[in-house]
Design a protein around this ligand. Structure first.
Ligand SMILES: [Zn+2]
Ligand SMILES: [Zn+2]
Length: 96
């Protein structure tokens, strides 16, 4: 049962089929905290361990679409931009 950050504060939702809360780091009142909005996407970036994908849960606001059904979380997006440059991000990740 996930906790979500909604307009009114942290809300504990009951239920088993709920999306994971967004894992992106945000600044809330000057402090870093997890976004915790209900997620709609999973990160398709490379995992830190080198196996599989990152799979970080992201809300619509924090997902960056880089191809058909392909999204990056903010930290994978930053790494991809550092590595290949903003200009090439889209073409690099989209398979023909
Ligand atoms: Zn978010
Ligand atoms: Zn990621």
């Amino acid at each position: 049962m996930p906790f979500y950050r909604l307009g009114i504060g942290i809300v504990h939702m009951k239920g088993s089929k709920l999306p994971a809360p967004c894992a992106a780091r945000v600044l809330i009142e000057g402090k870093e905290a997890a976004c915790l909005a209900p997620s709609g996407f999973l990160c398709d970036g490379p995992s830190k361990s080198g196996k599989g994908t990152c799979d970080a849960a992201m809300c619509e606001r924090h997902a960056t679409q880089v191809g058909p059904n392909s999204h990056l979380c903010p930290s994978c997006r930053t790494e991809a931009v550092d590595e290949i440059g903003q200009r090439n991000l889209f073409t690099h990740l989209v398979q023909p």
